[in-house]
Design a protein around this ligand. Structure first.
Ligand code: ARG
Length: 232
C-alpha cells in the first residue's frame, strides 16, 4: 500500500484502556466511541482493518506496548504531556479537555479546596493526569485501576470525590441514575489536549493520523463524529 509499517499485515492494531466513554467503550460486544471512529478512518485510508486491544493503562506512559510491537498506536483519551513525549510520539491534538471534580450527591464538595477543608477522601484513575493534578495540589488520592473502578469507588463510598476528565463525567451524568447519585463539582481547567500516540520515530503512521485529524476537521467529519459520540 502506501508504505506505512504496521505490526501485523492487514491490520492497524490500536491499544486502548477500557472503558473510557465516550472515547472508547464496549457496546453490544463491540468497542466503539469517538477515538475508535477517528482511527477507523485512518485504517480505511491505509486499506486495513482496525483491531483493538485492551491493555493496562501503565503501558501508555512507557510506550511498552508500542515498542514491543504489540500495537501500532494508542487511542485512549490520552492527554499529551512532556513526560509521555519522552517515550512515545503524539499526533497533533484531536480533542481539548479539562478535569472535573465529581462527588457523591450528599458530600457537598464542589472544589478541591472543599475536599481539603472537609477532610474528604479523594480518588483518581492511577497514572492519569487527573491523578497527577490532585498530587500537584498536595493530595494523595486513592488510585483506581480504570474509569469504571473510579466511578464504583465513588458509588460504594470508598471515596467522597474524584478527579477525572470532564468529558467522561459529562457522559456519565446523562444517565439519570448517575445524575441523582453524583454531584458535578467545579471543572478544573488544566488545558489538556488529547493525542494518539505511536512508537517513537514512526513518522509515517503519525502523519497518516494527523492527516485524518486535519481532513476530518476540514470536511465536517470531525464535527459529525463529535455530535454522534460527545454531543453538540
Ligand atoms: N486524559 C487522561 C490522561 O491522559 C485520562 C485518560 C484515561 N484513559 C483511559 N482510557 N482510561 O491521563
Amino acid at each position: 500500500s502506501d508504505g506505512v509499517p504496521l505490526v501485523a499485515k492487514g491490520r492497524l492494531t490500536t491499544c486502548t484502556h477500557l472503558p473510557y466513554p465516550p472515547f472508547q467503550f464496549e457496546r453490544d460486544g463491540e468497542v466503539v466511541g469517538f477515538d475508535v471512529a477517528l482511527i477507523d478512518r485512518v485504517a480505511k485510508n491505509l486499506g486495513v482493518e482496525q483491531h483493538i486491544v485492551d491493555t493496562p493503562f501503565e503501558n501508555f506512559k512507557t510506550g511498552a506496548f508500542l515498542n514491543s510491537g504489540q500495537c501500532d498506536l494508542a487511542a485512549a483519551g490520552m492527554t499529551i504531556t512532556d513526560e509521555r513525549r519522552k517515550n512515545v510520539d503524539f499526533s497533533i491534538p484531536y480533542f481539548d479537555a479539562t478535569q472535573a471534580l465529581l462527588a457523591t450527591a450528599d458530600s457537598e464538595v464542589t472544589t478541591l479546596a472543599e475536599v481539603r477543608s472537609g477532610k474528604k477522601r479523594l480518588g483518581a484513575q492511577s497514572g492519569t493526569t487527573g491523578e497527577s493534578h490532585a498530587q500537584e495540589q498536595g493530595f494523595d488520592p486513592v488510585a483506581f485501576e480504570s474509569a469504571d473502578a473510579v466511578l464504583n469507588g465513588l458509588r460504594t463510598r470508598q471515596v467522597d470525590a474524584v478527579v477525572i476528565d470532564y468529558p467522561v463525567v459529562q457522559g456519565w451524568l446523562k444517565d439519570p441514575a448517575n445524575a441523582r447519585t453524583f454531584r458535578l463539582g467545579r471543572s478544573i481547567d488544566t488545558g489538556e489536549r488529547y493525542g494518539f500516540s505511536v512508537k517513537k520515530g514512526n513518522d509515517k503512521l503519525r502523519a497518516a493520523i494527523d492527516q485524518v485529524i486535519e481532513e476530518s476537521r476540514a470536511d465536517g467529519g470531525y464535527e459529525r463524529l463529535h455530535r454522534e459520540w460527545i454531543g453538540p
